[in-house]
Ligand binder design. Sequence first.
Ligand code: UDX
Length: 470
Amino acid sequence: MTILTSQNPGRTLGAETARSAHGTTPVRTTVSVIGVGYLGAVHAASMAELGHEVIGLDVDVDRVGALNDGRAPFHEPGFEEILRRGRDRDLLRFTTDYAELAKVDVHFLGLGTPQRADGNGADLTYLQAAVDALCEVLPARDGAPTLVVGKSTVPAGTARMLADQLEQIDGVRLVWNPEFLREGFAVKDTLAPDRLVYGVRDPEDVEETEQVVGMLDAVYAQILERGTTRLVMGYEAAELVKVSANAFLATKISFINAISEMCEATGADVTDVARAIGMDDRIGVKFLRAGVGFGGGCLPKDIRAFMASAEDLGIGESLAFLREVDAINERRRARVVDLAAEMLGGLEGRRVTVLGAAFKPDSDDVRDSPALDVACRLRTAGAAVTVTDPEALGGVEKRVPGMPTEADLDEALRGAELVLLLTEWGQYKELDPARVRELVADARIIDGRNVLEPRQWREAGWEVRSLGRP
Ligand code: UDX
């Protein structure tokens, strides 16, 4: 199989795009981004930042209104700045009307593929609806070269199915270009990615491949000029790159959390183990932070969809280990609740403060958040829970109506019989144990992210329990 890389990019489309991919003159392209959720909104603003003329489309009128007003609908460092800059430079606007996309050369699909309500598989309804709507307007381009670029995380086979539909329209081609952005680093990850992956229909078809690769290279010219590696492969490989990467990351976290269970049973400290094994550069220290586990809009649903996809292919056993990865992750949440009950001698009516609701710091995203899940479990068990978070309380109120929240950190801590640190925001890591002791009713804390210095807290009179630490 021919793998084209940016070091071996092949011939590109026309003179203009060729110059953009290898020279210094960026070419302005008209771009649409369909679906401006987290990924799509950041992608749209980033494409305007690269100098392209961008229309973002979404069916959510309020979201489109907010983005047109230059307001970020979510917390993401640096996003509002590039959104406003794109608006000020007249390069970026948002609409709900597909008819406005008819003149656009390159369409990115940024739609969500959530977990299906009736099982583990990915729900492709939004993606399919967008492609159907796009197919209504693309014939108006009269055969002009048009590139559709899929960015959503999908089961292998989806791109080929959508390509069969889209490519019936004269001039239209599909590339699958998975997105690896992390929340909290979304702008940086989009504008300076580790690598670009292009999935094409048939990498052996050199002429066809060069044509579509050239079109997408023109859009990413500034990124490629910095030497970013671009890998060209078949549709299915590109789809699998994304889900495999997320499955690997989830496995790495659950691996260290399983070791954490061993540490609890033997009296070892998991942070010592993680640090030492991480120094082997074949293993690497990243994603070895033991604690209450992974959450968010991607890892949990992606490993489940990956398993469902293997089952659909009749090879469920090949990814059966991911069931264990998921189970280890769930067990860490239950373990925190057990630990809380153990420390308090029962949860009924006890005042408990949960520090953090977002699934990770520097995000206001509470989707499948371990912190919020633990707060719900504590509440179900009868505890009087108060949740605080610097950014995510709006999300908590929407997702778990009735969950008591307190934005002011000191107020949230006042009178607590137990504090649980479950999202490692900077301000929680830096709490002064002596000062916090003045606020709480009883000096007990669970460090669910292993970010506190237990000795320092114990010296200040606290009972400290951690996950995987003696
Ligand atoms: C993830 C992937 O990293 C990204 O490449 C992909 O595009 C989308 O999914 P994201 O969901 O933003 O990104 O979060 P990530 O930083 O990967 O963290 C996921 C979860 O794992 C968080 O809940 C985090 O707290 C947890 N985590 C991470 C750990 O528990 N331990 C670690 O060592 C690392």
